[in-house]
Design a protein around this ligand. Structure first.
Ligand code: ADP
Length: 216
């Protein structure tokens, strides 16, 4: 993408300085060049995140009949390695067929499940996915037994690049929930969290029931 071009230029000129003048510079200069490369790398990561964020609306597909059970099966297959490694136990109830952008729904559940596994200190993360039919919407929930969230931050975590931990504590860039929120809003729904510190969190989101929705 064009946005990456200036960064590629920064990378290649830093590389050139290193190669051509490396032997003439002192160790401080070497260190400074490495910092500059690190900064540029982080910038590249953020740029990629921003592109993915903006693509939720610019490259969204038409909403179509989507079986949420198939969505979860796909997510569990995509995540089979981290599920195995983390010893996570993921269960789900009856899930409906709704009108949605299938790949975005996969991404949405995937982000929530990855977080539920990541922000857990217990030996086995336990994750429960449910859907309830309300009058005008489906209410989905993804519940975990993880570290929980101080509710003071319950809105902030959905903002882009906002995180509550350092990258050394828990890896990540703070884009996942921002993408979830944008996705749910593209479907005219809402997303929020309820949580108790140390006990776990439940992420809820709604998707309006459209004519053409089918229950299983
Ligand atoms: P990232 O995972 O890269 O930090 P997210 O946007 O997915 O970015 O999440 C933002 C922040 O919200 C996380 O850094 C974490 O502090 C908090 N968070 C998200 N999901 C959970 C969860 N299931 N349990 C506890 N905290 C969570």
């Amino acid at each position: 993408h064009d946005l990456q071009e200036p960064l590629r230029m920064v990378f290649s000129y830093l590389q050139l300085i290193k190669e051509r003048y490396g032997s003439k510079l002192d160790s401080d200069a070497d260190e400074f060049i490495n910092y500059a490369v690190d900064g540029a790398k982080r910038m590249q990561g953020m740029l990629n995140d921003l592109l993915n964020y903006s693509r939720v609306t610019t490259q969204g597909k038409p909403l179509e009949k989507t079986d949420c059970k198939d969505v979860i099966k796909q997510v569990l297959s995509n995540l089979q390695i981290i599920i195995k490694e983390s010893n996570a136990n993921i269960v789900y109830g009856d899930l409906p067929i709704i009108i949605a952008d299938t790949s975005q729904l996969i991404q949405l559940f995937q982000n929530l499940i990855i977080n539920a596994i990541k922000f857990c200190k217990k030996e086995s993360p336990y994750i429960n996915i449910l859907a309830k039919r309300k009058e005008k919407e489906w209410l989905f929930s993804v519940q975990d037994n993880g570290i929980g969230i101080n509710l003071q931050y319950s809105e902030r975590i959905f903002k882009i690049f906002q995180r509550l931990h350092t990258r050394s504590e828990y890896p990540g860039t703070g884009i996942g929930l921002a993408i979830c929120k944008k996705t749910v809003e593209r479907h005219n729904g809402n997303i929020w969290v309820e949580s108790e510190l140390g006990k776990g969190s439940t992420f809820f989101f709604t998707i309006p029931i459209t004519r053409g929705d089918y229950e299983q």
